[in-house]
Design a protein around this ligand. Structure first.
Ligand SMILES: [Zn+2]
Length: 249
């Protein structure tokens, strides 16, 4: 076993899904400079939030990452994510990922020398493209755990009833739009995976003006307030102040 988590693999998939050309284009446009914590929230109520977007993922999945960058408690995690990012970059070196159509013409003398060193079995320095991809990998590896969603399958024992059914985890996925929902210990909707999509269904009547919130896996009906607050603060970095928590305090 590599020890690399599914979240790290999701970061790797995010990079390879969009490709180097797309990422470099966004970088050249200045769209990958610093994650904006309010990204997506203030884009106007009339425009749909695009889920399949690298820029949206970059800004949205950066939320909360700054909260953990200081302090000795996270040094091991910090080191680990950079080691994994370097590992992934070196894996990508073995593929055509960093190769561009006109690569031959664009090689600088320094890059040619590095290439010769590599052929000699020597370790070469990282190129600008590799550093860009590596830094994005490190960024996503840190931020994705608090934003990814489980993908599950409900196994029923008999048609027409969910009695006795069991949920089996199939993996994880990133949904830009879905990740915008805040948590409530008393969620207003439930979600189900249908192919590559997620279908959200209201779990109760939602009065006009009430926030539509989902549940991050901790429900006031089965988990104590102490447990909910401990897990939510540790994993997501916030103290829950939902209606259920306020009613119990
Ligand atoms: Zn709560």
């Amino acid at each position: 076993m590599s020890g690399i988590s599914i979240n790290s693999m999701s970061a790797f998939r995010l990079i390879t899904r969009f490709g180097l050309g797309h990422i470099k284009g966004l970088k050249a446009q200045g769209q990958l400079e610093k994650p904006d914590p309010k990204w997506g929230v203030c884009q106007g109520s009339n425009s749909a939030y695009e889920s399949l977007s690298f820029v949206n993922a970059f800004h949205h999945f950066g939320r909360g990452s700054d909260d953990h960058e200081n302090g000795d408690d996270h040094l091991e995690e910090e080191l680990t994510r950079f080691v994994i990012a370097v590992f992934f970059v070196k894996c990508l070196r073995l593929t055509d990922f960093f190769k561009e159509d006109n690569e031959e013409d664009n090689h600088t003398a320094a890059e040619k020398k590095e290439s010769e060193c590599q052929e000699d079995g020597l370790e070469r320095n990282f190129t600008e493209d590799e550093i860009l991809v590596g830094s994005l990998l490190a960024h996503f590896i840190w931020a994705i755990p608090a934003n990814a969603h489980d993908v599950g399958e409900l196994s029923v024992v008999a048609p027409g009833t969910v009695r006795g059914s069991q949920m089996t985890s199939l993996g994880g996925a990133l949904f830009n739009g879905l990740s915008l929902f805040n948590h409530s210990c008393e969620p207003t909707f439930m979600r189900a995976n249908v192919g590559n999509l997620v279908v959200c269904v209201a779990a109760k009547r939602i009065p006009k003006g009430c926030e539509v919130a989902e549940n991050y896996g901790l429900n006031y009906g089965k988990d104590s307030t102490v447990k909910r607050h401990s897990v939510l603060a540790g994993h997501y970095g916030f103290k829950c102040a939902c209606c259920a928590c306020q009613g119990e305090s």
